[in-house]
Design a protein around this ligand. Structure first.
Ligand code: VGL
Ligand code: ZN
Length: 231
């Protein structure tokens, strides 16, 4: 067994008090995430960053009112892969967040980045959403097609990783989809419950837990046996 820790989107815009899409409790996760980063049992440590262009499809401001209310409205999004443009999905609209080269896209200074082996920047294609650090909303993984700077699956398999532990925000979006894609990619996938926080507290986590468990992802605790056994 070889374990990787994936720290998802611990960025200023997802953190109180000033983040444009602040997730309650996100900044308070830093000490727990740092102690996981310091754990010698992880062979690989990855940090992801939501990293959107200003004209990103998920930004409410890029769509006409009145059907552009963030959190409430959605728009139709097409697969950006060549030949697959007829495949569409509904996409939730968000406040402008994590714009490339702005302070809101920075990982918060409370997180110890000295041990990170790989930074994954995602959501860079203007026409498609990318919650997961592995693939976009349509499952595209090739950096030539998708909106990402690297192929995370290949990075992990090249290093012999078998197990993935996902932490960060948001538990009901990017953490959930990263953990689901890790399971789909054939890794044993785990979400560390006390190291994540949700956009929708309560019901968001309940629903995420159901989906994750159904997909074979295990929900663990930072002081639980699954992490204690890592050497
Ligand atoms: C996220 C909403 C929009 C996340 C990213 O990191 O969970 N949520 N973009
Ligand atoms: Zn985003």
């Amino acid at each position: 067994m070889k374990a990787a820790l994936i720290v998802v989107d611990m960025q200023e815009d997802f953190c109180p008090p000033t983040g444009s899409l602040a997730v309650r409790g996100a900044r308070d996760l830093a000490p727990t995430i740092n102690s996981l980063l310091a754990h010698p049992g992880f062979a690989v440590r990855v940090a992801s960053q939501d990293y959107h262009p200003l004209d990103h499809i998920s930004f409410a401001t890029n769509h006409p009112s009145p059907n552009n209310r963030p959190f409430e409205c959605s728009i139709k999004m097409a697969n950006p892969a060549p030949g697959k443009e007829t495949e569409t999905k509904q996409q939730t609209l968000w406040p402008v967040h994590c714009v490339q080269q702005t302070a809101g896209a920075d990982i918060i200074p409370e997180i110890d980045l000295s041990k990170i082996d790989l930074f994954v920047r995602k959501g860079m294609h203007p026409r498609v959403e990318m919650y997961s650090a592995f693939a976009d909303a349509f499952g595209n993984q090739d950096p030539a097609v998708v909106s990402v700077n690297t192929n995370l699956r290949l990075f992990l398999t090249d290093r012999g990783v078998t197990d993935v532990f996902v932490v960060g925000v948001a538990g009901d979006f990017c953490v959930k989809y990263t953990a689901l894609d890790a399971a789909k990619a054939g890794f044993q996938s785990h979400v560390v419950q006390d190291a994540t926080a949700c956009v929708v507290p309560g019901s968001g986590w309940e629903e995420a837990t159901r989906e994750l468990t159904a997909a074979g992802v295990s929900i663990v605790k930072s002081d639980g046996p699954e992490i204690a056994v890592l050497v």
